[in-house]
Design a protein around this ligand. Structure first.
Ligand SMILES: [Zn+2]
Length: 390
């Protein structure tokens, strides 16, 4: 167990939130008790956390380096220092030279000089929990790909899945998704509301005009068991309640086209329930050994897979997400929460019957326009000739 406050007896450096950048480091920063201290980077006195001898922060930094970069991108210690002093994913770069000069006049480091960098990445520490140089740790070979692009367990799982080897597939899944995993559980309280949308509405003629009203009650609830089509987390004829935590996400999840009328109703939770939460996977809970780091890479791959919509030609992939749901259920979770690929909110899939329709809550919306954001896919080869999407 790593103590987060073991360094407090020693005088040391502190770092403030402004001088950290990666969202996973910020998340860790937010989880800690802050102290009113002078930041070693910018020199301001504000809410800060210790930098010196901060083992968990060092492990997190190293884990993020492994997650974001292949070893070819930093090569050696000098290369890593260069990488972290320039534009990078992990630490901010100072905006201008003049600001650096002001800092230096105040006899403060003013930029990521080697000393705090070595400290934050624990380059001097003999035995690190998270190796960032494969050769130094006698692991043979280099880390060819960043972990964000490669999870060994996820790749094995996909191979077993494609070959129909269900036992091996489930073993990997169970291993990586156990009930004991920290940080991927969330509890939702009784009374919590969700939005559920359905394309279409009721129509009636009133004085020659067509009047549209939203679906209510069972017309907007999940389809009853026995007639449900297979979905992301439900096999055929098994009913799962899909909903979102905000209006726009619920509408977007129905994939409407401009001109469509969409009915939206609100539902509330009947009881407190515990879910598997794939919306946020806090890295700092997975950064103290290489096994946890591999689990994190697996969960991020799983998260990306769950979030990406399954196209009609690849319906067989539903078997994979359905297996994930069945495993969660067998571990005692009552549903899954996951980010939406089409909205800013979160989706939930709840097994069994845990919600009530809120009477009279339905409203009708008409979709005015859809916007698309495109990015051309381009590959560049890294030094090992491995194509990497830019
Ligand atoms: Zn600072």
């Amino acid at each position: 167990m790593v103590s987060e406050h073991s360094h407090s007896k020693v005088m040391g450096w502190y770092v403030c939130k402004n001088c950290l950048k990666h969202e996973e480091i910020i998340r860790y920063f937010e989880s800690l008790r802050k102290e009113e201290k002078k930041c070693v980077i910018c020199g301001e006195t504000s809410d800060s956390i210790p930098l010196t001898n901060h083992t968990l922060l060092q492990n997190l930094m190293r884990a993020i380096i492994r997650f974001e970069y292949s070893e070819f991108e930093y090569d050696d210690r000098a290369g890593l220092e260069r990488l972290l002093q320039g534009e990078n994913f992990i630490l901010p770069t100072l905006p201008s030279l003049s600001i650096q000069n002001i800092y230096q006049k105040r006899k403060i480091f003013g930029r990521w000089t080697p000393q705090p960098l070595m400290e934050i990445c624990a380059l001097e520490r003999k035995h690190n929990d998270i190796p960032i140089f494969a050769s130094e740790e006698n692991l043979g070979g280099a880390f060819d790909l960043p972990l964000k692009d490669f999870s060994a367990d996820w790749r094995r799982l996909r191979i077993h899945f494609d070959q129909g080897e269900r036992d091996s597939f489930e073993k990997i899944l169970t291993h990586n998704l156990s009930e004991h995993l920290p940080g991927i559980r969330c509890k939702l309280k009784k009374g919590r509301t969700f939005f559920r949308a359905r394309i279409g509405c009721n129509e009636s003629i009133q004085n020659k005009a067509t009047v549209r009203t939203p679906y209510q009650g069972s017309a907007i609830d999940r389809s009853p068991a026995g007639i449900s089509k297979a979905g992301k987390f439900n096999p055929k004829e098994v009913s799962v309640f899909y909903a979102a935590d905000n209006l726009k996400t619920a509408v977007a999840e129905t994939r409407p086209h401009p001109g469509h009328y969409v009915s939206v109703g609100k539902f509330s939770l009947k009881d407190d329930i515990q879910l598997i939460d794939l919306s946020i996977i806090p890295f700092y809970k997975f950064c103290n050994n290489t096994r946890d780091l591999a689990t994190f890479a697996f969960l991020k791959a799983l998260q990306a897979f769950v979030v990406t919509p399954i196209v009609p030609e690849e319906q067989h992939l539903y078997d994979l997400t359905i297996s994930i749901a069945q495993l969660c259920r067998s571990l005692g979770f009552l549903g899954i929460r996951y980010p939406s690929s089409v909205g800013s909110g979160l989706n939930v899939a709840l097994f069994d019957d845990h919600v009530d329709y809120i009477g009279g809550s339905s409203k009708l919306y008409r979709l005015r326009e859809l916007k698309f954001e495109l990015k051309e896919v381009v590959y560049k080869l890294n030094r090992k000739q491995i194509p990497c999407e830019t």
